[in-house]
Design a binder for this molecule. Sequence first.
Ligand code: CA
Ligand code: CA
Ligand code: CA
Length: 471
Amino acid sequence: MLKTPITRVLSARMRGWEKGGSRSKSVSIVIAFLLMVVVVLGGTLLSDTNYSSSAYDHRTRSPEGWSEDVRISYNISTDAYPSVDVYGDNVHIVWRSQWSGGQIFYTRSNNAGETWDEPVMIGPFEYNCMNPDIAVSGDDVHVVWDNNNASAREIRYLQSVDGGDTWLPERMISSNDGHNSQGPKIAVGEDGMDVHVVWVDWRHSSDSFPPNYELYYNRSHDGGLTWEGEMRLTNALYRSGEPNIAVEGSSVHVVWMDERAGKWDIYYKRSLDRGATWGGDVIVSNNPNHEGPADVAAYGDTIHVVWDRTVSGEDLILHRMSTDNGENWGESQVLTGPSISAVKPRLTVLDDEVHMVWFDGRDGGREIYYKYSDSGGISWGPDTRLTYTDNSYSFWPEIAVDNDKIHVTWYDDRDGIWEVYYKRNPDFISVPEFGNVILPVISVVTIYVSMIYIHRKREDKILVEREYGEK
Ligand SMILES: [Ca+2]
Ligand SMILES: [Ca+2]
Ligand SMILES: [Ca+2]
């Protein structure tokens, strides 16, 4: 057979492979594999560098479907007690920052939590602001808190009518009477016109010992522009505290902790006429243990109440519902626990979907947990752990839902100082995730093809040399 250079190479290669070239081939595959590992790791690290510049926290894990933790607050002081509300994909968060003696800070996201504006202090510069809460309807953003620039702590109200771009002048919506008014909670109706605020007031505190705190209330029917004047909601000795409020159509629902019977219990009351008149106090918990605090959420005629019950130093979270707008109440059911410090349950409801968050001590430290019912509160899914901060303390979660997205905020000390965090479900569809896959794949294919090419060139050279050497 005529030996041309090509046939020489081919025949030499065939003999070479027969003679154990497969060993050098496996070596090259192993090298290619190691390179692939290096490239994939490198690609992941590189794209993570881009990713973390948008404030995602890679020290945490997340359950399926949830985004990573996004740090919201950045100044060098303590940031805590966030509150969140959402309208469409516009998410708004307020919190208390220790920045300069205690101010209210605010940020928003107009893309459902993917990016956030730089936080700003809202309202006039005041010291010692506490207990912010937020409610949103369309472009109307309503914020309340308390501070003691008056002769005592009083309820402050701030409003934006342009989605949080600018804020109208701050107003005081409790009476400046020298007695503390604090811990306000705000709710806004679906039409955006009815705004309701409830708080704890000390003006009757000397009536009893322990002091007699009572719930007071104020409302607006024109989207927060004018306020009707405050009303007393409770009238029973001893402390009444930690109210929460929900509005649905013309019905307003309030729950709170009350120690009128010598221990803390959960009470409920409602107004069916946009807050003009109120029904009697209804005890929701029926148990000799410590009960509270509670939260309430309403959708149509279905009212959900959740609260924390302490039994022998551990906590249960219970749920009770009414399907006739608060007239009658079903049996209470235990949703979770007993667990160490399973407290502060917060609720939101949209149709048959009921969402709850709380913080829990079962893992050491405190972590944020989430639970969900898609049957209008009848049956509930498992407890889902949302944070993994390795014995840090994650506290006071708040939750809001719209456009099939669940938004959760809380604060914790993973960075050695209290900061505000956020996460959502579903997870973000992000460019870095795309890059994580495509870039390494292209790199690996290129390197592998080059290696095979180089290897074959070298092999051919050796075989041809050997062929000629043998002759
Ligand atoms: Ca801070
Ligand atoms: Ca007052
Ligand atoms: Ca009282």
